[in-house]
Ligand binder design. Sequence first.
Ligand code: GUN
Length: 275
Amino acid sequence: MIIDWKQIASNIYEEIKKEVSWMKTKPTLGVILVWENSPSLRYINEKKKWAEYLWINFELKIFKDNITEEEILSQIEYFNNNESISWYMVQLPLPNHINEKKLIASISPKKDVDGFHPENVWKVLIWDTSWFVSCTPAWIMNIFKSIWENLEWKVVTVIGKSNIVWKPLVALLMNAWATVISCNSKTKNTSEHTLRSDIVIVATWIPQLLKENMLKKWSTIIDVWFTVIDGKIHWDTDFENIEKAWHTITPVPGWVWALTVAMLMSNTLQAEQLK
Ligand code: GUN
């Protein structure tokens, strides 16, 4: 079975559109993209397309990849102090000469629609729900909510390595009372953990890391990332064989970004409503 996230995403979009249609002042989402030729541009165009569909103003600033750290910090300061920018985000990854941690920490936590600022990440850890959860972990939790009432009885393995998906996801699953196993690319005998898991979430950028023989029957698999090698997309799972064996799994290309973008728009709307 394949999770119908196209339907889940489109329900979220329709809800947002209805809410925004009633607003006199539409929210404005600012986006900073450094690295104009990066694959992120496609992702950004997707965000722009959906923002337009939802009547959310979209203010995009694109910088060349030789921009200095000081220049981008001054753009962040401008967004922090400009009242017409309600919320904004800095698209990751950034070129190596820019200190990502420093940049994220300089975003005003009150405008941080991604939930990446340390103050907001901390809120996820201590189960303070007054701010937003970063978009990818948020849609994953949303999928679970739409399938099951709760995660209390579930054993969940998360295989990852990032601050924006892996760590917040582990915290959110703990908050939801799941039994959580955290693995990474260096974990030995990963299958010992995955074979006893009801749910496996994989976000490693390692092609085909998760194979069918590493999984318990009827488990649910969420494959978050993909890698492009020689123009071909490779997922972290051996999708074809896992799907044949009747595991529930997220689908191959096309919709990988849809829910992340839906969550970004949903965060933007909620932030505007909290103003
Ligand atoms: N790069 C990949 N996913 C994301 C995201 O959700 N937010 C930002 N800012 N950058 C990303």
